[in-house]
Design a protein around this ligand. Structure first.
Ligand code: COA
Length: 396
């Protein structure tokens, strides 16, 4: 078995059919093969490795060069996607091999972060990934938004098709990338698919010409559902402006469905709003994302509280050694100075990633077996890495 990197034009005959078998209804229509060619521009920046034997493609794994906000720093992130093995070649370790090489290459090319949606979380936990919150869906009736109809809100709305609104949408996701912990976006070559697909409506909220919120959505039928994608807003005024627009669909649709970040609490948006909030995690098909640090450089200079702790990193191919983490200056400093009496912890890559992404308390890292964290080290780590809820946004 050999592993090699595909050129873009090789995809339709190699990786795309494997991915279609793994992720789509099949056998596929004959025209599907034609459609593959039209996707190539969106994959220009994607790195795809394949495992081959006797000229046949056995397995494939890709990484999209993305960017992600980690506690305020915007860093290159490898978005792992399109992982699939031929049904006759599964359980032979092909994906394990591909992933190892793919992450080596992405790390060497300057991606200190990586994220993915796992087929099985435990498989990727052994690769050092830790779970992030899944985006929630909120479902409610437009009638319950009635109180907003009379509200006098700052700003105005623009409405049209998502193709025409793409530039505004992209610019606003760039703003979210700069401002929201965990937020990740595609490279431009991939993101423009939203413009070209042009298959949604788009609502854009603006105040004094500046975009403060966007929502793309579809309506399935009269009396049916208005299904929104992620509700992206800069503040509660922008959110109210968008909800006010949705309220005007009271005589048109029965339900409104929106994707929201895990830290949104729609039950507090309005009085008398009956709302169902759900995060469904199931295998296969509905996974919560995972992420990890691939390089310690990601941590240097991050805002941190005044903690001081020695961590020994174990069991990982990409993160190793003993490091002193110090937040005395308000920014995280790392050094190899491992002497002196400082509280000490042992962490796996998943354990350190859980703390950096803010998803687990040090005690949970200990309980989950992602390290050994004595109480004194836990107190220091808690100061260095206060809990934060990341919002990944990108779906890949
Ligand atoms: C999920 C999928 C990608 C796994 O690919 P794979 O090449 O079979 O993966 P690997 O062989 O590297 O690892 C899968 C399992 O087989 C095990 N395995 C590896 N070598 C093995 C061997 N010689 N004998 C038995 N099992 C083996 C691995 O350890 C792993 O199981 P574990 O996590 O319990 O240890 C493949 O089944 C697939 O294409 N599924 C459909 C699409 C899909 O779900 N894609 C992932 C979306 S992100």
């Amino acid at each position: 078995m050999t592993i090699r990197r595909l050129t873009n034009s090789e995809r339709p005959a190699t990786s795309f059919p494997l991915q279609a078998y793994a992720f789509e209804a099949s056998p596929m229509r004959a025209e599907r093969a034609e459609e593959f060619r039209s996707y190539l521009p969106y994959h220009e920046a994607t790195r795809t490795l394949v495992a081959e034997e006797g000229g046949e493609t056995l397995a494939t794994a890709s990484a999209i060069p993305m960017r992600q906000n980690l506690r305020g720093a915007v860093l290159p992130m490898a978005g792992v996607a399109g992982v699939a093995t031929h049904p006759l070649a599964r359980r032979r370790g092909h994906v394990r091999e591909l992933l190892r090489q793919l992450l080596d290459e992405m790390r060497d090319e300057g991606h200190p972060l990586t994220a993915l949606y796992p087929f099985r979380a435990s498989f990727y936990e052994r690769f050092g990934y830790v779970g992030l919150p899944r985006a929630r869906t909120a479902v409610f009736a437009p009638a319950d938004l009635a109180a907003l109809l009379r509200a006098d809100l700052p700003g105005e709305l623009a409405w049209g098709r998502s193709g025409a609104g793409y530039a505004d949408h992209r610019a606003f996701t760039e703003r979210c990338l700069a401002e929201r912990h965990g937020f990740a976006i595609f490279p431009e070559t991939r993101a423009v698919r939203q413009r070209d697909d042009d298959d949604r409506w788009q609502l854009t909220a603006r105040v004094d010409g500046e975009t403060v919120g966007v929502l793309t959505y579809r309506i399935d039928d009269h009396g049916g559902e208005l299904a929104g994608d992620d509700l992206l807003v800069a503040d509660p005024y922008a959110r109210a402006l968008i909800l006010q627009f949705l309220a005007r669909h009271v005589d048109q649709v029965e339900r409104i469905r929106l994707r929201i970040a895990a830290d949104e609490l729609p039950e507090l948006w309005l009085t008398d709003l009956a709302v169902h909030v759900e995060a469904r995690v199931a295998r296969p098909g509905s996974s919560a994302p995972m992420a990890r640090l691939l390089a310690l450089d990601a941590l240097a200079g991050l805002p941190a509280g005044p903690g001081r702790v020695r961590v020994e990193l174990t069991g990982d191919r990409w993160l190793a050694g003993t490091h002193l983490l110090d937040g005395a200056t308000g920014r995280l400093e790392l050094s190899g100075d491992a002497t002196g009496s400082v509280p000490a912890a042992t962490l796996t890559a998943a354990g350190l990633s859980a703390l950096a992404y803010g998803v687990l308390d040090p005690a949970e890292v200990d309980v989950r077996g992602l390290g050994r964290v004595p109480a004194d080290a836990a107190a220091e780590l808690r100061r260095l890495f206060p809990r934060r809820l990341p919002y990944l946004f990108a779906d890949f």
